[in-house]
Design a protein around this ligand. Structure first.
Ligand code: HEM
Length: 197
């Protein structure tokens, strides 16, 4: 009920969704065109993409300021699960030369935009799990990081988007948040190009 109301008001989440819709479509197409689930080698590329992205944002999940604004933030971390997926597959972790993008403290609105993108990717992961099943992997083996929350992906996501809608941002902060989300999609696109090249 409360969630429907938030949707009805075309809140901040709806703006994020609308302004990144095109970037998501393009990313989705680019990744699927790279056949990430064709075999375990291709899936290894996909896992590298996930690792590099989640390593970039990992510090945000542990940021106490963000943790006070967004529910269960630390529990939403998926980097550890991605590392387990590498282990399941007997693959070595990537060793990027650059330091992770985010460090100990981050601009809150920009970080919220980034987190929207990374958390949202777990919604689409239900679809990706079907792809990995074809190469014999699952949420218990090799694709742990694609698993949904025990309460259900939808509910877990709505808790997050409701918190995003409830943030006390003014216009300037909202603009920085939208920029953060754009930046995040651009970065994922860049990583995808790199890993699938
Ligand atoms: C091949 C790759 C992908 C496919 C097929 C895909 C598919 C989907 C689908 C089907 C949804 C909607 C789920 C639902 O409403 O129940 C979704 C949502 C979303 N995905 Fe993806 N996705 C892919 C990759 C990504 C990546 C790599 C990211 C970012 C790192 C991402 C970010 C998002 C976001 C932010 C949403 C939530 C949109 C909203 O606000 O409703 N996706 N995706």
């Amino acid at each position: 009920m409360e969630i429907e109301d938030v949707r009805g008001r075309e809140g901040r989440w709806q703006r994020l969704r609308a302004s990144t819709h095109e970037a998501h479509e393009q990313l989705d197409k680019a990744i699927m065109a790279s056949e990430p689930f064709a075999d375990r080698d291709r899936y290894g590329c996909f896992l590298r993409m996930q690792y590099i992205l989640h390593r970039d944002v990992d510090a945000l999940y542990l940021d106490p300021v963000l943790g006070g604004l967004l529910p269960d933030l630390a529990d939403r971390r998926r980097l550890g699960l991605i590392e387990k997926d590498f282990e399941d597959l007997g693959l070595a972790l990537p060793s990027p030369e650059k330091a992770p993008l985010f460090g100990a403290s981050a601009d809150v609105p920009r970080a919220a935009g980034w987190l929207y993108v990374v958390e949202g990717s777990n919604l689409g992961a239900a679809f990706l799990l079907k792809g990995v099943a074809k190469i014999g992997l699952s949420e218990n083996n090799g694709a742990r990081h694609l698993a949904g929350h025990p309460d259900g992906r939808g509910l877990h996501w709505r808790r997050f988007t409701a918190a995003i809608d409830g943030l006390e941002f003014g216009e300037v902060e909202d603009e920085r948040m939208l920029q953060g989300a754009d930046e995040a999609f651009a970065r994922v696109r860049e990583i995808a190009q790199e890993v699938f090249a």
